[in-house]
Ligand binder design. Sequence first.
Ligand SMILES: [Zn+2]
Length: 101
Amino acid sequence: MYEECPFSVGANTIYYKELLNMLEAERPGAKLHFYLSFLRAKEKEGLLANWEEPRVELHACDRCGQPTSAPGRCAFCRLWPEEVLERPQSAFVPLTLVEET
Ligand SMILES: [Zn+2]
């Protein structure tokens, strides 16, 4: 079981998952039935057949080069203050390489 994202507090998906878990606790197999019914509706009844994913233009982040839909920098790079981003890359040491003393 994965931990929930700390930013997901109050998200509707958490509520729906809790509802499904309550249903499963009350009636074992309910989640599987729900999922299989979804798959059947998708395959045989054309559920989501007309669904179109919104088209997103991706380009390389101006700083890190990772794909982003935001103009300029990606969301991760926009989190950091400018003075942190201006440090040379050698100033950043991956945590896995820091030895415990
Ligand atoms: Zn970036």
